[in-house]
Design a protein around this ligand. Structure first.
Ligand code: PXG
Length: 289
C-alpha cells in the first residue's frame, strides 16, 4: 500500500509524521472518511467541501485547491487498486512548538490513505441493531462544534466506550439539553406516521454526507423528510428508526433503551430508503479514471 503524505506517495510503513505535529499533540486538525463504490468516490466534492469548511471553522488555511485535493484522492485509489473501499483524509495543523499556539505551525500536513473497508455483516441490514443512550453528552456547539469533523474525537470515543461496556455497538448521543443529537459515529433518523425526521445539525450533530444523501433519497421517493428538535420520547414512539454513516450506510434500529422500535427487523420505509441509497452510491460521485 502507498500512502499520500505532503506531496508524495510512500510505502505504508514509511509514511510518518513528526511527534511535534499539533495534530498528534493537540488533536488540532480535521479529517474525512469517504467511501468508494465500483470506481466511484461517493460524494467526493461534498466530502472535500466539508473538509474545507471544517478547516475554515478552526482557522486552518488549506493551501490546496479543490482540484488538487480531488486529483490526490483519485490517484490514491488508482495506486492502491481501490475500486471499492474507504479513503481516510487527514489534515493536521502541522509541526510546531510545544505550546497551543497554532501560529507556530508553519504549514499543514495532508495525508490521504485509500484502503479496503471492513463492512458490517449483511444481516445487520435486515435484522437491525439495538442502541443504548450514552451518559456522556455531545459537545456543545459553543464549545467544539460537532459540525467540525476534527481530529479531537474524545467526546465520541467516551460515548463509544460506555456503549461497548453496556454490550452495544452504537448509542443514542444526546446534547447538553437532553435532545437527541446523533450517535457516536453516525447520524440518526426516525420515521413516524410515514414522515422521516432527523435532528437538526444545530442539535450538536455532524452534517453527515450520508445524512444529506438520505434526505435526497427521501425527496426522490416522494417521502417527506424534516429536520427537527428531537426527544428520546420521539425515538421510543417512532414506527421505524435507522442510522446513517459512510461506513454504516443505512442501518435499521430495532431497539433503543429496551424499547422496541417497529416490528423487529428493517421496517418498510427504511427498506425502501436503503435500496434507493444503494442505487445512488454507484452514480453520485467522482469516477476514478
Ligand atoms: N456523526 C459522527 C460523529 C461521525 O463521526 C457521522 C455522523 C456520519 O457522517 P458521514 O459523513 O460519514 O455520513 C460520522 C462519520 C471511522 C469513520 O473511520 C467515522 C465516520 C465515518 C466513516 C468512518 O471511524 N464517522
Amino acid at each position: 500500500m502507498e500512502v499520500y503524505l505532503d506531496g508524495k506517495f510512500y510505502p505504508k510503513m514509511e509514511a510518518k509524521v513528526s511527534v511535534f505535529d499539533h495534530g498528534l499533540l493537540y488533536g488540532d486538525g480535521v479529517f474525512e472518511g469517504i467511501r468508494v463504490y465500483d470506481n466511484c468516490i461517493f460524494k467526493l466534492d461534498e466530502h472535500l467541501e466539508r473538509l474545507e469548511y471544517s478547516a475554515k471553522a478552526i482557522a486552518l488555511k488549506l493551501p490546496w485547491s479543490r482540484e488538487e485535493l480531488s486529483r490526490i484522492h483519485i490517484e490514491a485509489c488508482k495506486r492502491n487498486g481501490v475500486a471499492n473501499g474507504y479513503i481516510r483524509t487527514v489534515v493536521t495543523r502541522g509541526v510546531g512548538d510545544l505550546g497551543l499556539n497554532p501560529n507556530n505551525c508553519k504549514s499543514p500536513s495532508l495525508i490521504v490513505i485509500a484502503d479496503g473497508i471492513k463492512l458490517y455483516p449483511a444481516e445487520v441490514y435486515t435484522k437491525g441493531i439495538k442502541l443504548v443512550t450514552a451518559a456522556t453528552r455531545r459537545t456543545n456547539v459553543a464549545a467544539l462544534p460537532p459540525m467540525v469533523k476534527s481530529l479531537n474525537y474524545l467526546n465520541s470515543i467516551l460515548a463509544k466506550i460506555e456503549t461497548l461496556n453496556a454490550g452495544f455497538d452504537e448509542c443514542l448521543f444526546l446534547n447538553d439539553q437532553g435532545y437527541v443529537a446523533e450517535c457516536s459515529g453516525d447520524n440518526i433518523f426516525i420515521i413516524s406516521k410515514g414522515v422521516v425526521y432527523t435532528p437538526t445539525i444545530s442539535s450538536s450533530a455532524l452534517g453527515g454526507i450520508t445524512r444529506r444523501a438520505v434526505m435526497e433519497v427521501c425527496e426522490d421517493l416522494g417521502i417527506s423528510c424534516k429536520e427537527v428538535q428531537m426527544t428520546r420520547y420521539d425515538v421510543y414512539t417512532a414506527d421505524e428508526a435507522f442510522l446513517t454513516g459512510s461506513a454504516a450506510e443505512v442501518i435499521p434500529v430495532t431497539e433503543v433503551d429496551a424499547r422496541e422500535i417497529g416490528a423487529g427487523g428493517a421496517g418498510p420505509v427504511t427498506t425502501k430508503i436503503l435500496a434507493k441509497f444503494r442505487e445512488k452510491v454507484r452514480k453520485d460521485g467522482t469516477m476514478i479514471v
